[in-house]
Ligand binder design. Structure first.
Ligand code: GUN
Length: 292
């Protein structure tokens, strides 16, 4: 079994980006600037955004975090987005999801300038991705592709099963794994809450990408020998013995599934750090595109 070490690979990517930033500085160019909007006080979302800001500092990017209250109206958020769209200092920005109930997420994502949409969530960028056009690929799927690429995991002709159809991970992942090229050329099955007899499907999978958010959902009996496992789950499970009062738990019963797997991502330290590294990569791309 080979561990797909997202912590190490994301560090390599951050080092590569740091070198790019140094070159920009040496040429007297402005460094990339990422902004993140966070609405409300969700603990996990605040932690993720703080990690994104910290990662910016680490590679030499500028960053701006914009906090808005839980009672923010849709109009107020749309105004803030327009401000960032027009602000020439900002190369790319994200709106951390989920948003409070009073806000229509799709409407908000459609208000982002597609050239600054480093999350790749705008329908124009999502459409471009589906049509194999060059664009911002959503950071988590992008990170998974990068892991498969750097570990040379064969995907051509393999049966890839995606668990979950979220707009952020499952849906784009199912498109990307079926695209021409590497990683890609897989035969893809996408499963979700209405899928019947999921074990029958997962037990035929060469590659399983689980983005369900149910701790320890995928058991050893549900997979075949030598399966490749990508665990996108990051659920906080209460644990009084841990200093934070919770532990981050993946969708996969790692202890038992890892005994059968050829490659597997750990949680934490697998897909999570890759998401942040690829957001930085998209921000670098946004910076380059805007100053071409
Ligand atoms: N919430 C969970 N994952 C993500 C992500 O990749 N981007 C944003 N903006 N919000 C998220």
């Amino acid at each position: 079994m080979i561990l797909l070490d997202g912590k190490k690979v994301s560090n390599d990517i951050k080092n590569e980006i740091t070198e790019e930033v140094k070159k920009m500085k040496a040429k007297g160019e402005k460094v990339p600037h990422l902004a993140a909007i966070i609405v409300g006080n969700d603990g996990a979302s605040l932690t993720y955004v703080a990690s994104k800001v910290k990662a910016c500092e680490r590679v030499g990017f500028e960053s701006t975090m914009i906090r808005m209250s839980n009672t923010t109206s849709e109009i107020e958020l749309l105004d803030k987005i327009e401000e960032l769209n027009l602000n020439d200092e900002i190369d790319g920005f994200i709106i951390q999801l989920p948003l409070p109930k009073q806000i229509d997420t799709q409407k908000v994502l459609m208000a982002v300038d597609p050239d600054k949409d480093v999350d790749g969530f705008h329908p124009m960028n999502f459409g471009k991705m589906a049509l194999d056009m060059s664009t911002f690929i959503p950071a988590t799927p992008f990170g998974i592709l990068e892991l498969l690429d750097r570990y040379n995991v064969e995907t051509k002709g393999k049966h890839t099963v995606v668990i979950g159809r979220s707009h952020i991970v499952g849906r784009p992942m199912s498109i990307l794994m079926g695209r021409k090229g590497f990683p890609g050329n897989s035969t893809v099955t996408i499963t979700h809450s209405h899928t019947k007899n999921i074990t029958q499907i997962t037990s035929q999978a060469d590659i399983i990408i689980s983005a369900l958010g149910v701790p320890n959902f995928l058991k050893a009996e549900m997979v075949k020998d030598d399966v490749v496992i990508i665990d996108v789950g990051i659920t906080r499970v209460a644990d009084e013995s841990s200093p934070k009062g919770y532990v981050i738990t993946g969708d996969v019963d790692f202890e038992n599934v890892s005994k059968k797997a050829s490659f597997i991502t750990p949680v934490p330290g697998g897909v999570g750090p890759m998401t942040i590294a690829m957001l930085l990569k998209n921000t670098l791309l946004a910076r380059e595109l805007r100053h071409k």
